[in-house]
Design a protein around this ligand. Structure first.
Ligand code: MGD
Ligand code: MGD
Ligand code: SF4
Ligand code: MO
Length: 697
């Protein structure tokens, strides 16, 4: 048995690990205590990572769908040649826009795939590129696009006096919201330590989560009204004059108009709609405003609700009016080590509103951070039109379960002329595909943490080589895209270099080039086996540059003002109304990890407050029928006293193509496009969804 040092790539936390390897198999994974970022922490799914490589669900060869619907093995290079030829044919008939690409979470934790896939896609010339971000927290992109960004950096968690976590449960998700590395490693102990040094924690969550248990104030609202709650908090701060006037005068436009816009959100109104006692809201707003340091950060509970864009906008307004950013002369924070980075300056980068310029889809969607909203993908495939998507490449994603409106997604995918899934197992999406490409997995390939740097709490970097050999039939994700490009005669340019299409570089060379503009040479990073912490990039926040010094954050542009008014007028829940809310499981990463059958229940139960179960005469472990305006599923009921009454919490990522034999149910049968779908990012409502519940026969 040999011990190998590496890092886990199941999620963004990138925890350092030590693996015991025997006969090319990982038999045990433990946290690496010498890793300066994660310091020995791992989560249960990370410790089980080896099973994903060698377990029964692992695909070790690529597959091609046969006329009778079965799969037969195919060499990945032969598959690339056939797929490339078919794509060329479809594009020749219907134009470049008839090809689409969908990128998922597991594309993101692999430094080379995204850039090579993007370079290939540029040559394809289609705008139809989608990712899970627009069914996740793209409200953050929308806020930045409409408000602008302060470029001096956010205040940090380590020296904060107060922190507000809304709609995020980092003790399970290791994702403290706004990508600033809050509570990313050993979250439970880190939070306890922060509170011991005096941090005050405010949590807004309809469930008394693992995180909320540690809160000084836990606001437990009816789900789906975060916009009103944040408006209520702003109203208290601005009407009591608790805001940071100096920061506002220097960097923000529209403070008075914002105060007017939120004036109707009185503590009494917030209480009437959300059930948060008026006194508790006042206490939370004043505690946060007192600071003096610390931020509001939000997660999926806010970004997946109705009015998600304006809720996120108002949360950011709380940070702005309280001035919770690093000022000129304060210590700067920059996580970039291998990534090129902008210097921290006390200035504002103006709103870009990229979606208002350039190309627009026939469904009215503009381009947001280079991509189109995933909620429009089904229309792009199903609605007749000249640029209808006929061919779709799915990379590191399982949209059949992840996308809202599951039944329609399935119809859409079934109608494609070509569906290709690049996946390490026969996911639900792969099962429907014409070709399934079996890639290598983490621990079988070298990589570095470059693309994750922006979410790390410290300037940290690690490089790893492969620690086991990949199954012989597999191909690196990036290499498959390279092969498609070669077949389609598309040149690939990455890291400022044109690749020789007849002689692909090695992964090591590509990783080296990718990190070539970093401030620490890759050789130095690779020589630190446990990863390294870099010295701060820049000591202090610099003054504004001449070109940017007059820019200001736009707190309340016209479209935002209208959306605030609509959100604040939204009625509360009717008597006895139940609402579906989002939840994540410790042992599962979206749809990945269901193969660990002994983690959790092996399915996704529908959790109810015991009082609701009594009222509806639902027994523990009995079958219940959940019906929304989009569809119905039958799930197993479980009592969960941590929930606010009226909430039904059900994890996504379960269920399958055949409900009779699937583990759990697909919650996205209950979600979809409706009147509450957001402008700009077309974000659907995935939490706070009204439900009817009845006992199933
Ligand atoms: N174990 C595990 N970790 C994961 C993942 C996983 O699947 N499993 N997924 C990863 C991914 S892709 C992401 S995007 C992140 C997400 O990370 P988080 O955003 O932290 O996700 P959750 O832990 O579900 O926390 C969301 C919280 O919002 C609450 N909530 C529900 N509705 C509302 C509402 O209307 N208002 C408010 N204020 N709160 C509400 C829920 O009760 C829940 O506690 O996690 C990542 N980490
Ligand atoms: N109702 C509801 N829907 C949701 C959510 C919710 O909270 N509620 N959450 C949303 C969020 S935040 C997200 S991020 C999405 C997640 O949506 P996805 O990213 O589509 O979901 P995953 O299950 O993570 O899909 C990743 C796929 O990549 C495969 N994979 C693993 N390793 C590799 C690899 O090395 N290479 C390749 N090519 N493939 C690999 C896995 O087997 C898996 O099938 O779901 C969204 N959908
Ligand atoms: S939190 Fe868990 S899944 Fe994420 S990187 Fe760490 S060990 Fe892996
Ligand atoms: Mo996500």
């Amino acid at each position: 048995m040999v011990q190998k040092i590496s890092y886990c790539r199941i999620c963004q936390a990138s925890c350092g690990i030590i693996a015991n390897v025997e006969d090319n198999r990982i038999v045990q994974i433990v946290g690496d205590a010498d890793n300066p970022l994660s310091q020995g922490f791992t989560c249960p799914k990370g410790r089980r990572g080896g099973e994903l490589l060698a377990g029964p669900s692992r695909l070790t060869q690529s597959l091609k769908k046969q006329p009778d619907g079965s799969f037969a093995p195919i060499d990945p290079l032969v598959a690339a040649a056939e797929i490339g030829a078919r794509l060329t044919e479809i594009i020749g008939e219907s134009g470049a826009e008839s090809a689409g690409m969908f990128r998922g979470t597991q594309q993101a934790f692999n430094s080379l795939t995204r850039s090579i896939a993007a370079a290939w896609w540029k040559g394809v010339g289609s705008h139809k590129i989608f990712s899970t971000m627009t069914i996740d927290q793209s409200a953050k992109w929308v806020v930045s696009g409409r408000m602008g960004d302060y470029m001096g950096g956010r205040q940090g968690f380590d020296d904060a006096d107060v922190w507000m976590l809304a709609g995020t449960n980092p003790l399970i998700s290791v994702n403290g919201g706004t990508a600033d590395g809050v509570l990313m490693h050993n979250p439970s102990a880190s939070l306890r330590a922060a509170r011991e040094r005096g941090l005050k924690l405010i949590v807004i969550d309809p469930r008394r989560t693992e995180t909320a248990y540690q809160a000084d104030i836990h606001l437990m609202p009816v789900p789906g009204h975060d916009a009103l709650i944040f408006a209520g908090i702003l109203n208290i701060i601005l009407s009591e004059g608790l805001h940071d006037r100096e920061f506002c005068d220097r960097f923000a436009d529209g403070v008075e108009a914002l105060a007017d816009a939120v004036a109707s959100a009185t503590p009494q109104r917030v209480e009437a709609v959300t059930g948060i006692p008026a006194g508790q809201l006042l206490e939370a707003a004043r505690l946060f405003a007192k600071g003096p340091r610390g931020m509001v950060s939000t997660g999926t509970g806010v970004c997946m609700g109705p009015d998600s864009n304006v809720a996120e906008h108002l949360a950011t307004c709380i940070n702005v009016v309280c001035g919770r950013y690093r000022r000129e002369g304060e210590p700067a924070f920059g996580p970039a080590v291998m990534m090129p980075d902008l210097p921290a300056r006390a200035e504002v980068s103006p709103p870009a509103r990229s979606w208002e310029r350039g190309w627009r889809s026939r469904f009215g969607a503009g381009v947001l951070m280079g991509e189109l909203p995933s909620c429009t993908l089904n229309d792009e495939i199903l609605e007749p039109g000249e640029d209808r998507i006929r061919a779709l490449i799915v990379s590191g994603a399982n949209p059949l379960l992840a996308m809202p409106d599951a039944d329609r997604t399935r119809r859409a995918f079934a109608s494609l002329d070509l569906l290709v899934a690049i996946d390490t197992r026969l996911s639900e999406t792969a099962q429907m595909a014409d070709y399934v490409i079996a890639p290598t997995m983490f621990y079988e390939r070298g990589d570095h943490t470059m693309t994750m740097e922006y979410v790390f709490p410290k300037p940290y970097a690690m490089a790893t080589g492969p620690i086991v050999e990949p199954p012989p039939g597999t191909i690196d994700d990036w290499r498959f895209f390279f092969e498609l490009a070669r077949v389609m005669d598309i040149p690939i340019r990455v890291s400022g270099r044109d690749l020789d299409m007849d002689a692909p570089p090695s992964s090591e060379t590509l990783l080296q080039w990718a990190a070539g503009r970093g401030r620490v040479p890759l050789a130095e990073i690779a020589a630190a086996p446990h990863g390294l912490l870099a010295a701060p990039r820049q000591a202090k926040v610099e003054p504004a540059s001449d070109a940017m010094k007059d820019n200001r954050l736009q707190l309340i542009p016209e479209d935002v003002a209208q959306e605030i008014a609509a959100a604040l007028a939204r009625p509360g829940a009717g008597d006895g109304e139940l609402r579906l809310i989002v939840r994540r499981m410790r042992g599962i990463m979206n749809t990945l990890g269901r193969e660990f059958r002994d983690i959790g229940d092996g399915f996704n139960p529908a959790h109810f407050h015991p009082g609701d179960m009594a009222r509806l005469d639902i027994a523990e472990d009995s079958q219940v029928r959940l019906t929304s305006r989009h569809g119905s599923v039958t799930a197993v009921a479980r009592a969960d006293p941590t929930l606010r009454p009226g909430c039904v919490s059900l994890t996504h990522g379960w269920g399958g193509l055949d409900p009779a034999s699937a583990q759990g149910v697909n919650v996205n049968v209950l979600t979809g496009h409706d009147a509450l779908t957001q402008t700009v990012n077309h974000m659907p409502v995935l939490t706070g969804v009204p439900l009817m519940v009845e006992r199933a026969a």
